[in-house]
Design a protein around this ligand. Sequence first.
Ligand code: URA
Length: 203
Amino acid sequence: ESPPAEAGAAALAAACDSLPALRAAMAAFEGCALKHGARSLVFADGNPRARVMIVGEAPGQDEDLAGLPFVGRSGQLLDRMFAAIGLSRHAEAPEEALYITNLLPWRPPRNRDPAGNEAAVMAPFLFRHIELARPDALVLVGKIAVGAVLETSEGITQLRGRWADWRGIPTLPTLHPAYLLRAPIHKREAWADLLSLRARLDG
Ligand code: URA
């Protein structure tokens, strides 16, 4: 049996039939203590009609201040990477657009990794978010998002670049831009993943 906060989140998320309703349910949710250490609920950015939805880990300081995902250094790299295959969070046409969110809507203290229970409690909201946005392709960036959505403990180096299926949506795990900033040599794998995404969208 699931612990109460997880069961509560699942029921609340299932009852949301629109993105604004989901955002409101998350803002009102009291089952995750991260909320109290954060300034903003970071819900999403970009175009909810985009063909491609990106899921990251959690807001950092810049995101917490802006109330938007991926606006700091990693976000700027993410934007450049996706721009290279013709996709932007600012595009209006769904074919050229991105919709961006995170597993966790609140910044963990001092940017620590999300604890397992925090991820488990908030995952039902993310799952509903993906179902409501209904992208043609889902891109999971980094091991935390990959682990939470694909419910696997296999390593990111094994999983990246291999298409998976999440409830009928083609899903591509890839490397996190924060990791690429620390280890730029791995940009070549990230580039291969972006080309695979481009090919899937074109095919
Ligand atoms: N890293 C993430 O995973 N998400 C953000 O929004 C910013 C940095």
